[in-house]
Design a protein around this ligand. Structure first.
Ligand code: GLN
Length: 229
């Protein structure tokens, strides 16, 4: 059994669980077997300890890190990501927490978990009113180079972008892979999906769509990694 947790302190955890459930069904249909995936909400270090992989949802990253600190979860989360190197996926505020550095906020710094050797720019596209849905091409969803993939309806809500690479720890094993930019013809500083070893991040919210493709892809990666490990 593979236990996949969703950090359930604040933000869009219920939506992630909904899409994970559909993705797990999808995978078990594909593989013609009973689901080997069990899903759980994580609010305590004990619950985290039962997980093989974890999603950090969107929400508000300062609140998320404050509540994580109050729940005694910050250090266990850092260990989960950086020492045990278990698969993790952060969306939006979750991505911010997984970056080593974030652009300063008015009230100064915030506690991060880290794991991605990059700097992230919070609220890159502006405030709530500047939120938008945009079709984004996600080549990593293709199983073969030539396969046609419909663009993904990416929901950006006060979304961050990764705008700076930092010196990489334990490269080349954990090289940073840029998986998507928005706009796609833009410069270095508009990374909206990336992976570094066990850590995957998207600055948009797949859990707020009906499109299960990224959840299916990530769960597939999790299962492969755990089988190989
Ligand atoms: N801008 C928010 C933050 O800095 C993230 C927004 C989101 O998760 N939708 O935490």
């Amino acid at each position: 059994m593979v236990t996949v947790g969703v950090l359930a302190l604040q933000g869009g955890f219920a939506e992630h669980l909904g899409l994970l459930r559909r993705a797990a069904d999808h995978l078990s249909i594909d593989q013609g077997q009973q689901s080997i995936i069990s899903l759980t909400e994580v609010r305590t270090p004990e619950q985290l300890a039962t997980c093989d992989a974890l999603i950090l949802p969107g929400g508000e990253s300062t609140t998320l890190s404050l509540v994580a600190a109050q729940s005694g979860l910050l250090e266990p989360l850092r260990e989960f990501v950086k020492i045990s190197k278990k698969p993790v996926w952060g969306t939006c505020a979750g991505l911010i927490l997984l970056c080593e550095q974030a652009s300063a906020t008015k009230r100064g710094g915030q506690e991060l978990i880290g794991g991605l050797d990059v700097k992230v720019h919070r609220n890159h596209f502006g405030r709530q009113l500047q939120s938008f849905v945009q079709d984004v091409d996600l080549p990593f969803l293709r199983q073969e180079e030539t396969e046609k993939q419909a663009p993904f309806p990416a929901v950006f809500i006060r979304a961050p972008v990764v705008d700076q690479m930092l010196p990489q720890t334990d490269a080349p094993q954990r090289a940073i892979e840029v998986l998507a930019r928005f706009p796609s013809n833009g410069e270095e500083d508009n990374i909206v999906a990336l992976r570094q070893g066990n850590v995957f991040g998207t600055s948009f919210h797949p859990e707020l769509t009906d499109d299960v493709r990224i959840h299916v892809w990530w769960l597939g990666q999790v299962i492969t990694t755990l089988r190989e490990g």
